[in-house]
Design a protein around this ligand. Structure first.
Ligand SMILES: [Zn+2]
Ligand SMILES: [Zn+2]
Length: 290
């Protein structure tokens, strides 16, 4: 709940006129308890998870060309029923684990760390800088946690195996995992905002972008024109698809967002060898057809 009764009271306290976004924030959250404002996080997650994989799902189900020709593992096709089962299982986890987690994380994370909910809203530059830091922290921590779940036999068999049920992943399979893994990999997601506290809006943006990125890397298609190709060291769908393709024995491509951890620690050798071979085969077939 904001500590101002009226808009003009807020403007006097801040020392300037409110922007349009700040006025909207004031009107929406002004009289709302902080816990209720924070609970919108599950709605953000629900909307991004439910809606963003839909275009690629449509391409896959309808085999819409020219998009469908970019399927990474074209021999593996899931039916609508199989995709819906995945969606249903993830939604069950969201409501049973992530939903109740909000009530625990509110005092433990939001209040303790100092995530702001009031006015003024953060500037664009502050938001962008914090998001970059969060992605770097998440990627590095996730790399080691994910690698541990593969190296540790018990961890793989009892926890991480669930995520690897999809050898050719789809967008809806991005958060498909054992509930312990959901909690475990939540640590890298919360670590960035815990180290560099932000405004709740930045936190929502972070949750949305992290989910969008996970859906993008699991979508099973590598579009050469994708805007994400402009992001330096961005792994993308092809990089993570290889990790699922190799499966349980995989000791390759552990990173969630970027490629540099796998390169530095030498865990992308198999992937790079496969790419080299594919390139040679392609060049060979071109020469034959000349
Ligand atoms: Zn894995
Ligand atoms: Zn995955």
């Amino acid at each position: 709940m904001l500590p101002y009764a009226t808009l003009s009271e807020a403007e006097v306290a801040i020392g300037r006129n409110l922007t349009a976004a700040e006025t909207l924030w004031f009107n929406y959250t002004g009289k709302m308890p902080d816990l209720m404002v924070y609970c919108h996080t599950i709605a953000v997650l629900f909307c991004v998870y439910s809606l963003s994989p839909l275009p690629v799902v449509l391409i896959e189900l309808k085999r819409l060309n020219p998009f469908d020709s970019h399927k990474i593992q074209p021999k593996v096709r899931l039916s609508f029923k199989e995709m819906f089962r995945c969606y249903k299982d993830v939604m069950f986890l969201f409501f049973c684990i992530v939903g109740p987690l909000q009530f625990i994380s509110y005092p433990l994370f939001i209040k303790f760390v100092g995530i702001r909910m009031g006015l003024p809203l953060p500037s664009v530059w502050e938001v962008v800088a914090q998001l970059v830091v969060y992605f770097l922290i998440e990627d590095y921590t996730n790399y080691w946690l994910h690698r541990f779940l593969h190296v540790n036999r018990w961890g793989y068999e009892n926890i991480h195996r669930v995520h690897h049920e999809y050898e050719a992943p789809i967008g809806y399979a991005a958060p498909y995992a054992h509930w312990v893994e959901i909690l475990l990999l939540g640590v890298p997601t919360f670590l960035g905002p815990a180290m560099v506290p932000c405004h709740l809006i930045t936190f929502w943006l972070w949750i949305a972008l992290r989910q969008l990125e996970a859906i993008d890397t699991h979508k099973g298609y590598e579009f050469p024109w994708a805007i994400t190709k402009l992001i330096p060291f961005y792994g993308g769908a092809d990089h993570h698809d290889y990790h699922h393709y190799v499966g349980g024995q995989s000791h390759s491509n552990f990173a969630s967002v970027f490629t540099y951890c796998d390169f530095i620690y030498g865990t992308d050798k198999g992937y790079r060898y496969q790419k080299k071979m594919q390139k040679k085969l392609k060049e060979g077939s071109y020469k034959k057809s000349d």
